[in-house]
Design a binder for this molecule. Structure first.
Ligand code: SAM
Length: 324
């Protein structure tokens, strides 16, 4: 039997589809505008995400794109901007009213964008916990502000589903709130708060762990930003709770024997007198040339305790390149 918080979630988004609620979830970054892209007003009002999952770097070689939890369809339109082909983006949502609202928004988008056809997006009714999508068929899968709502076993299932449908080396792009404080149980169990993406967050480390436990061999933390405050006046908590939002890309690379490569934005810089430093594990550091390293490599280089290698803190702004 489906758990009641999942039913509450569906009802919250049925409501949000019928009466757009500006700021239901809100990004702290401006909406991605692109040359020749016009986003219909209602679609903007239905931006229920907490970051962005659209990144042109993921979209080379004509990828097949899956988007789970469509909302008003804004990110699907942004993905379609890059893919521009029949059924190039498949959108899955479990709420009929949300599918209908996004369909209407795509029709409006078609009027405002000469390059766009509604047929570029294929909308499919389905559940993130049981995706109606074939195994190994997707290059880029995305979800924005849905998975944080799921409790542990459901989150694991949702991630396993994404892993199943991705092709080898395919990319799962996620944006979700995270929280480094303990969120009190009464808030965690508040089904509406959870559905509103306010009380289901994990710590970033727990979030990364559940992703890598599912099998993703590479994880990139691309951005981390302040998101929301739960304060004692407006919420049933006696302390201030600070919530952040993250943008993460998990790649279906084989799991390395010594564990996943997680890039949190650390960089190694060699400043010794030799031509280069070679750790003989595939990392060659050239003097004063910054090398992005995963946390595993940062730890291994740090454990050498050399005075001529600097390892930076995590910036949580990993932008590609580097080791592994
Ligand atoms: C917080 S909204 C995010 C919408 C969109 N990603 C955005 O950034 O605007 C969550 C979305 O997930 C959908 N949803 C809720 N439960 C779902 C489930 N179990 N499977 C698939 N979609 C679901 C909702 O209908 C809604 O469209």
């Amino acid at each position: 039997m489906q758990q009641s918080y999942l039913e509450t979630t569906k009802n919250v988004y049925k409501e949000a589809a019928e009466n757009p609620q500006v700021g239901l979830c809100c990004t702290t970054t401006p909406v991605w505008q692109l040359p020749g892209l016009s986003i219909p007003k209602k679609m903007l009002e239905m931006n229920y995400g907490c970051g962005s999952t659209v990144n042109p770097r993921d979209l080379v070689n004509n990828p097949k794109i899956l988007y789970v939890g469509v909302g008003g369809g804004m990110e699907l339109l942004q993905f379609a901007y890059f893919s521009r082909q029949l059924n190039g983006v498949v959108g899955v949502d479990v709420v009929d009213e949300m599918l209908q609202a996004s369909k209407e928004n795509f029709e409006e988008a078609e009027k405002q964008n000469h390059w766009f056809r509604s047929e570029f997006v294929k909308l499919v009714k389905g559940d993130a916990l049981n995706l109606p999508i074939e195994d190994n068929s997707i290059d880029v899968a995305a979800q924005n502000c849905l998975f944080n709502i799921f409790k542990h076993d459901d989150l694991k299932k949702a991630l396993e589903e994404m892993y199943r449908v991705l092709k080898p080396h395919g990319r799962l792009v996620l944006s979700d709130p995270t929280c480094e404080q303990e969120i009190p149980e009464n808030l965690r169990e508040d089904e509406r708060l959870r559905a509103l993406c306010l009380s289901g967050s994990l710590t970033l480390n727990d979030y990364i762990k559940i992703i890598t436990d599912v099998g993703f061999g590479t994880v990139e933390i691309r951005a981390k930003r302040p998101y929301r405050i739960l304060d004692p006046v407006n919420y049933d908590t006696d302390k201030l709770i600070f919530i952040e939002s993250v943008e993460v890309c998990a790649i279906k690379d084989p799991m390395p024997e010594d564990g996943p490569c997680v890039f949190t934005g650390k960089t190694a810089i060699y400043y010794g007198g030799e031509e280069s430093f070679d750790d003989e594990k595939g990392h060659v550091l050239v003097p004063n040339q910054p090398l992005a390293v995963c946390d595993k490599t940062a730890g291994a280089l740090g454990s050498l305790q050399r005075i001529d290698i600097f390892i930076s803190e995590s910036t949580f702004f990993y932008d590609g390149g580097g080791c592994c």
